[in-house]
Design a binder for this molecule. Structure first.
Ligand code: CO8
Length: 263
């Protein structure tokens, strides 16, 4: 892969995508979004990858939003195209079958908060700052922020943050339920990797089933969600991992998962 705006690496079944435009605080321009899409293609193809981590290059930012110098030149049609492209991309990220963790190391504003909200969960540095400040530019969030933030923290709190454009430190984002864990800056990646490794060591069939079940269930009624869960549970029982996991418990040994199904 020929990447100029991103760094992508895979180590021990854990992939890391680093937004890499530190001079522009990793702002999302069109070229970066193209590369992002290519990386998602690769993650979808590579069955060895168990967890994807997103982070930002440099000391200051995760992603400081969409690139304002590009936005400023867009006519309404181009803006709609760009917003739709970003939305589709973030939906693909959200729909990946593997867990995606955002390691938010600094400013996550506008599109930066939006991309982190499309991840399964967020760990943040004490230095991280979240917010959807688009209103101060005379625009609104356009990469799914009005939708995902309201679903995550509730309509009224999302309205206040979006109407005021107020940014919030990681500690407050944790209180709102945006961030799972706040870490010292120097230990952020270590903490994220610890959690990623714990997830990667589990059976991939059950991890995928759990993610799909939670994701499908959150926008449907409880009964439909539970029905989906029962089907996903049954699918897990057809895997070698379920046989191995239950046997290992009964035999008092550590399970060795293969992520495969019975022949
Ligand atoms: N786009 C382009 N360049 C940026 C961006 C950005 N979002 N953010 C920072 N930069 C650039 C600055 O212009 C500056 O460049 P240069 O050195 O060439 O002047 C460099 O990064 C460093 O930035 P600052 O000097 O401003 O650094 P500070 O530490 O003083 O401030 C801040 C850091 C507070 C993060 C500040 O840079 C800032 O407010 N940035 C903008 C944040 C923002 O408003 N983000 C929302 C953008 S809009 C958006 O995300 C919409 C998403 C949906 C789009 C839908 C498609 C139509």
């Amino acid at each position: 892969m020929n990447l100029e705006n991103l760094i992508f690496s895979v180590d021990n079944r854990i992939a890391t995508l680093t937004f890499n435009r530190p001079k522009a605080l990793n702002a999302l321009n069109q070229a970066l979004l193209e590369e992002f899409s290519t990386v998602i293609d690769e993650v979808e193809k590579n069955q060895d990858i168990r967890v994807l981590i997103l982070t930002g290059a440099g000391e200051k930012a995760f992603v400081a939003g969409a690139d304002i110098s590009e936005l400023a030149k867009m006519n309404p049609l181009l803006a709609k195209k760009f917003a739709t492209k970003g939305q589709k991309l973030f939906s693909r990220l959200e729909s990946l079958p593997i867990p995606v963790i955002a390691a938010v190391n600094g400013f996550a504003l506008g599109g930066g908060t939006e991309v982190s909200l499309a991840c399964d969960f967020i760990y943040a540095s004490e230095k991280a700052v979240f917010g959807l400040p688009e209103i101060t530019l005379g625009i609104i969030p356009g990469f799914g922020g009005t939708q995902r933030l309201a679903r995550l923290i509730g309509t009224n709190m999302a309205k206040e943050l979006i109407f005021t454009g107020r940014t919030i430190p990681a500690k407050d984002a944790e209180v709102y339920g945006i961030v799972n864990k706040v870490c010292a800056p120097e230990s952020l990646m270590e903490e994220v990797l610890k959690t990623a490794k714990a997830i990667a060591a589990k059976g991939s069939v059950s991890i995928r089933a759990a993610k799909e079940s939670i994701s499908c269930g959150k926008d449907v009624d409880l009964e439909t969600g539970c029905r989906f869960e029962a089907d996903a549970f049954a699918l897990c029982m057809a895997s070698k991992d379920a046989a191995e996991g239950t046997s290992a418990f009964l035999e008092k040994r550590k399970a060795i998962f293969t992520g495969t199904f019975a022949d």
